[in-house]
Design a protein around this ligand. Structure first.
Ligand code: FAD
Length: 479
């Protein structure tokens, strides 16, 4: 019997293992062994329930526009568990000159699509608004090659749009720095819009019209309105992990092992030998390394030093989330939105805050509110090292200054995510193309996860599914 070893039990590793079984042709005979270093599966995905609160330590949702997460949930029986955002409170706020301003309605991924809300916005100055509108006339970039997100946004929408919209949104989502991020790798859609329509605004409006027409044309298309831009699961994202793990554990010839760290992968005959930390090894016909790129670099160092070095050139940043709850009566702020982002120029110590109990139903008891703050990232990585007491003190000071909350919290939870968020910096596509090319000389060896072809949960699932397809093909070839 052949054996496939998957290293890493985050969503990418679990989705790969699941997809291997889903795509397994009749008569194929292979064992899957998935190794997870920690005592729990899920990697960055971690949900905790306590005293009526549901707290997401890492991600809190996935983008519905990228269908792979929702499709996987449906296939494993979680269709009835989808939870859309609470669209009565769809606004996002931006801190500017110490005050929270509404991000103008119609601004989608930092591109304005509606005139009136932008014109009446208190966030952007008049010269800033006019500069954003200039996107309609700024000529396309003629020179090819990669460009930083910062340069791209400055060129198309102006400096103020970068400082007050793009930079804080990107920090809140990717914990990244627009001056080093590759626009091609991080936001390929923007480059496409410019190429296709010569303007981000024109391109986005066109796409929205097409999407609306498509929804109308579909039977039951209007009810697709229940699918909001951000989706999650009623019992939290760990439900996706737990369901995948328990369904896999119930399958024949499928072994999931927790608390086992893969130390190295080396060639052994026509396949590979995976050496385990603390002793023991596993021989495998195919190995999928679904650990962060820096961990993959260490595992593959002995096998291919050049590949290992290249993997180390994908930088990661550290972040922390601090979930903090208050009695509703103690919070005067209306919290009439999904939360706020904080531009770097404001000089604050949090990057963003989600008003979790407003964004999703069932996250806090009726008499309480739950807020989740983001700390660290490319701007303030040092803050991740604060101890829990210092971190909480700092977050409370920030919430007091920004939202006027003086009350004692009823609950607080800190989650640290060290070297957890890959950064697609300028040249990322070339780096990954080199890595993919290099893997061609190691038949049966694959990489999966958020470091390569897309950062969020959905992209990690897509990546795992694509790898599983290649492995099935290889195994069939070997047979
Ligand atoms: C704070 C935070 C918020 C986020 N918010 C969102 C969001 O709202 N929406 C979204 O789509 N994405 C979000 N993301 C990104 C999302 O979490 C990732 O895209 C996704 O979880 C990556 O999954 P992965 O399996 O590639 O990696 P990981 O989750 O890092 O999993 C890798 C696994 O490999 C294991 N491992 C490492 N080395 C070894 C070894 N040697 N042997 C065995 N096992 C090993 C690790 O323990 C880990 O479990 C967020 C990330 C963070 C940190």
């Amino acid at each position: 019997m052949k054996r496939v070893v998957v290293i890493g039990g985050g969503i990418a590793g679990l989705a790969t293992a699941w997809s291997l079984r889903e795509q397994e042709p009749k008569g194929a005979d292979f064992e899957i062994v998935l190794l997870e270093r920690n005592e729990r599966f899920g990697g960055n995905i971690r949900t905790e329930k306590t005293d009526g609160f549901l707290i997401e330590g890492g991600p809190d949702c996935f983008l519905s526009e990228k269908p792979w997460a929702m499709e996987l949930c449906k296939r494993i029986g979680l269709s009835g568990k989808f939870l859309p955002t609470n669209d009565r409170h769809r606004k996002t706020f931006v801190l500017s000159r110490g005050r929270l301003h509404v991000l103008p309605e119609g601004v989608i991924l930092m591109i304005p699509t509606k005139i009136l809300p932008l014109a009446t916005s208190s966030l952007i100055s008049w010269p800033g608004k006019l500069r954003m509108a200039m996107d309609l006339f700024v000529p396309k970039r003629t020179s090819g090659g990669d460009e930083s997100l910062g340069d791209f946004v400055r060129r198309r929408l102006g400096k103020e749009a970068l400082e007050k919209i793009a930079e804080p949104l990107v920090a809140g989502v990717h914990a990244g720095d627009p001056e080093t991020m590759s626009v091609r790798a991080s936001f390929p859609k923007f480059v496409q819009l410019e190429e296709e329509s010569g303007s981000l605004i024109r391109g986005m409006v066109k796409r929205m019209a097409l999407a609306a027409a498509h929804r109308k044309g579909k039977p039951g298309g209007q009810s697709a309105g229940r699918v909001t831009m951000f989706m999650t699961l009623k019992d939290g994202l760990s439900e996706l992990i737990d369901t995948l793990a328990s369904r896999l554990e119930g399958m024949d010839k499928t072994i999931l092992r927790k608390g086992v760290r893969a130390a190295s992968v080396d060639k052994a005959g026509a396949g590979y030998r995976v050496t385990l930390e603390g002793g023991g090894s596993l021989d495998a016909d195919a190995v999928i390394v679904a650990a962060p790129a820096w961990a993959a670099a260490s595992i593959l160092k002995g096998l291919d030093a050049a590949l290992s070095e290249k993997l180390l050139t994908i930088p990661y940043v550290s972040t922390a989330t601090v979930s903090i709850a208050f009695k509703k009566k103690d919070v005067k702020h209306p919290m009439n939105g999904f939360g706020f982002v904080v531009p770097k120029i404001e000089g604050r110590r949090i990057m963003a805050a989600t008003w979790t109990s407003m964004k999703f139903a069932g996250r806090a008891p009726e008499d309480s509110v739950l807020i989740r703050c983001f700390v660290g990232g490319s701007k303030n990585a040092d803050l991740v090292s604060l101890d829990d007491g210092e971190m909480l003190g700092m977050v409370r000071e920030e919430l007091r200054d920004i939202m006027g909350i003086e009350a004692e919290p009823v609950l607080a939870r800190v989650f640290r995510w060290r070297n957890s968020m890959p950064q697609y910096t300028i040249g990322h596509e070339e780096r990954v193309a080199w890595i993919d090319e290099r893997l061609n000389i190691h038949t049966g060896l694959h990489l999966a996860g958020s470091a390569y072809h897309g950062i969020g949960i959905s992209d990690s699932i897509r990546c795992g599914e694509a790898v599983a397809k290649r492995v099935i093909k290889e195994l069939a070839g070997n047979r």
